[in-house]
Design a protein around this ligand. Structure first.
Ligand code: FES
Ligand SMILES: [Fe+2]
Length: 461
């Protein structure tokens, strides 16, 4: 009898290899508690219809019932450090202006003039202003949102200035990210984020700065684009150069409530797919260090130390040199692994030291998406913190490697982009009409759709 016949759907795991939780627990120094929390239930195995990605009607339903009600991060606090700084966040046709007032308060307004609707600030812009002045007829609001100037007010006896303050959008802050919600009745962000605040207590993303920010146009629906990052199942075929050092098939997947899911895959453990001639710990270490033994440049792995432990130590040393602070308190997994939390509907947070990315996916038409890719790094302990960089814009055909600082991972992300275009085409030419997902490794994708459905059905708001 095979393993699959003995177990219920969703119970099967990659055979003959330790899970990620087992691996990281056994690292020297162990693993932080949140990463050992297990939370997975079988969510069903029905096909997910391709229509959900290709239909205009479905996209409109998402816009009306989901984007209008979810918490989504709009910018970081450091994007608006001084009074008068503003940042415009756009998602679909929705647009919000986040400003810092003279009293150092943050306010978020609908980016639309109360006279004839003109956007007060251009889409995706940021900068400094003393007031919010409409470029059409010049109605002007203070940073606090009070209507201060209405040209020819004799012609508008029906406009009471007190009643023409800019309507506000709900916001809250988590780990330096300013989240907004277009639903004035939305439940608090802390409740929405579920386990996230507790899990990130010691990871303090608020103490990091944005080193790199790329905005890349992707040739696929925003959900397909995000889903490319929800599983490590594709590593074997798509990123095959990584299999000697990436624990893919034995990665862990966890789902915490409606809005949060997570995967952790280890660096420095050879893929379970490699069944013959698995590299030794010394060989893995050499690959991680970019040095093959045959070149004679390999550094000898200390006795009793695993490749990943030694590599983590090396990364901590390199980071110490670069960021002038000590990271030796971090565990191996926090230092090198791919630890990825997804916050529904469109944000990914990596708390790791080396892999410290943030992703955000926004719709750009039905068959397109905007992908914000950020690298966050530890803020200097003393001395000034670099200001957020201007986002580096990449078109669909541009390689990520064009952006300075993303050369290495850029080549990996390019491999993902190729899949996105093929999937979009394949959705439309498919006989089958839906995708069949793995019960465990692709559970986060199913969960993503199930949460969308809760919004579309208005069960959960
Ligand atoms: S539309 Fe804004 S002032 Fe007229
Ligand atoms: Fe990928």
């Amino acid at each position: 009898m095979s393993l699959n016949e003995e177990t219920k759907p969703g119970d099967a795991r990659c055979p003959d290899h330790p899970s990620t939780k087992e691996l990281i627990k056994n690292d020297k120094g162990g693993a932080p508690k949140p990463l050992l929390e297990e939370s997975y239930n079988f969510l069903g195995d029905e096909d997910i219809p391709y229509e959900r990605y290709t239909s205009e009607k479905f996209a409109n339903a998402e816009d009306e019932h989901m984007w209008s009600k979810v918490w989504q991060w709009a910018c970081r606090e450091e994007h608006i450090p001084e009074p008068g700084d503003y940042y415009v966040y756009d998602v679909g046709d929705r647009s919000a202006i986040i400003v810092r007032t003279e009293d150092n308060e943050i306010k978020v307004y609908y980016n639309s003039c109360l006279h004839r609707g003109t956007q007060l600030k251009p889409a995706n812009s940021s900068g400094f202003c003393k007031e919010l002045k409409c470029p059409f007829h010049g109605w002007s609001w203070s940073l606090k949102g009070e209507l201060e100037f209405l040209p020819c007010d004799w012609d508008f006896p029906h406009v009471n200035k007190e009643e023409f303050s800019l309507p506000e959008i709900k916001f809250d802050i988590w780990c330096g990210f300013i989240f907004i919600n277009f639903d004035e009745n939305a439940k608090p962000l802390s409740e929405y984020l579920g386990v996230l605040p507790r899990h990130f207590e010691n990871w303090k993303l608020e103490d990091r700065y944005i080193e790199t920010h790329v905005i890349k146009k992707l040739p696929a629906n925003w959900k397909v684009s995000a889903e490319a990052f929800l599983e490590a199942y594709h590593v074997l075929e798509t990123h095959s150069e990584g299999v000697y050092t990436a624990g893919d098939a034995n990665a862990d997947y966890d789902i915490f409530g409606d809005h949060i899911s997570r995967f952790v895959h280890t660096i420095g453990y050879t893929s379970p797919h490699i069944t013959e001639n698995r590299p030794s710990e010394q060989e893995i270490f050499d690959i991680l260090m970019g040095k093959r033994t045959e070149e004679g440049a390999g550094q000898k792995l200390p006795e009793g130390t695993s490749a990943r432990e030694a590599y983590a130590e090396h990364v901590q040393e390199t980071m110490k040199e670069k960021f002038k602070q000590d990271f030796s308190h971090l565990t191996v997994t926090e230092t090198i692994d791919s630890i990825e939390y997804f916050a529904f509907p469109n944000a990914f947070f990596f708390p790791g030291l080396q892999l410290s990315m943030v992703y955000r996916f926004r719709p750009n038409g039905v068959d397109g998406a905007l992908f914000d890719l950020l690298f966050l790094r530890p803020k200097p302990i003393d001395g000034p913190c670099p200001p957020p960089p201007e986002p580096f814009a990449l078109e669909i055909e541009d390689s990520y490697t064009k952006c300075p600082g993303t050369e290495f991972l850029g080549a990996v992300y390019d491999q993902d982009t190729n899949n996105l275009l093929s999937q979009t085409k394949g959705f439309k030419s498919s006989f089958k009409k839906g995708q069949s997902l793995g019960n465990y490794q692709e559970a986060r994708t199913r969960h993503f759709h199930q949460t969308i459905d809760k919004y579309l059905e208005n069960i959960n708001g």
